[in-house]
Design a protein around this ligand. Sequence first.
Ligand SMILES: *[C@@H]1O[C@H](CO)[C@@H](O)[C@H](O)[C@H]1NC(C)=O
Ligand SMILES: *[C@@H]1O[C@H](CO)[C@@H](O)[C@H](O)[C@H]1NC(C)=O
Ligand SMILES: *[C@@H]1O[C@H](CO)[C@@H](O)[C@H](O)[C@H]1NC(C)=O
Length: 188
Amino acid sequence: MIGGTWRYFLYLYGLLIDILRVCDESNRLSASGINRTQFPLQYLGRWYFLAAAAAPGTEALDIFTIMDNAEFVVRESSEREKLYFRAAIRVKDGSCVPRKWIYIFTDRSIELRTEGHPDRITELFSTNCHHCIILKEREKNNSRLLLYARSSQLEEEFMEEFKNKSKCQGFKDILVIPQQQEYCHFEE
Ligand SMILES: *[C@@H]1O[C@H](CO)[C@@H](O)[C@H](O)[C@H]1NC(C)=O
Ligand SMILES: *[C@@H]1O[C@H](CO)[C@@H](O)[C@H](O)[C@H]1NC(C)=O
Ligand SMILES: *[C@@H]1O[C@H](CO)[C@@H](O)[C@H](O)[C@H]1NC(C)=O
């Protein structure tokens, strides 16, 4: 009985130390709005999908496990509050899968909406990496963090920052996109 209590106490203590160590202020996720200074210039052009994170035991990362790499191009729309996204996904079997979607920005909210997916809510988070974007995507009961960068090779410290922030959020399953194969080229 006593032994059990002690074990439990030590377990809680260990958990606490874990949380304190990983989750200091700098590792916490903080929401970031859309930067309107040069909007949408800073979001246009090419991006690479580098990592994703989710809570253990969820299926939130399943759709990414078949991926070898993914490249994105963001284009302006004639409508001010929309951005067009195109993705070229290299599947592990070697094939290329194109994807398209439209993000809708709302002036007052820090959330993005995806056209055709009314349940999907995307939020932006700040990062020390100025050439990266961290997004949190929520849809029904799935929630995941996504890391994109301007180059396919990211400095180790920024990947570590993403991992730190993910763990802090309880998203301990972290998937680093393998990038073993060539990138698919966009067909114009
Ligand atoms: C917004 O973007 C501008 C220009 O790209 C940059 O100088 C500024 O630091 C950004 N602001 C924030 C809060 O990130
Ligand atoms: C949401 O979670 C519940 C139980 O955790 C599960 O039964 C259900 O299928 C999930 N729904 C979706 C859309 O994933
Ligand atoms: C990640 O977290 C650890 C533990 O708090 C810390 O030592 C390290 O500097 C952090 N790294 C980054 C890049 O934030």
